[in-house]
Design a protein. Sequence first.
Length: 96
Amino acid sequence: MTGANSGSRTESKATTIWPVSRLIFGLPKLLRTQIRRSRYYTAGTDSLTFHAQTERRRASNLDENKVKLVEELRRIYHEVVPGETDPEDTKKHESM
């Protein structure tokens, strides 16, 4: 038998687990407490877990998981760290 029903398909799904204990060493203190609030957080393993199956090659899916990790850390950063203060607001507060 050939084709999709042959059962010889190679599994390309990639699951990547990053323990929080390892991730927090490279993160600013402000982000450390927020990482466990991520939608990717898995309490049972105290880690961030990512899954990808969009490519046919497992290596590509592993790379996609790395991108997802970076995107999630950026999202947390932008959520937690306040943006720059508007120059007009700075002038206003200085004059007070």
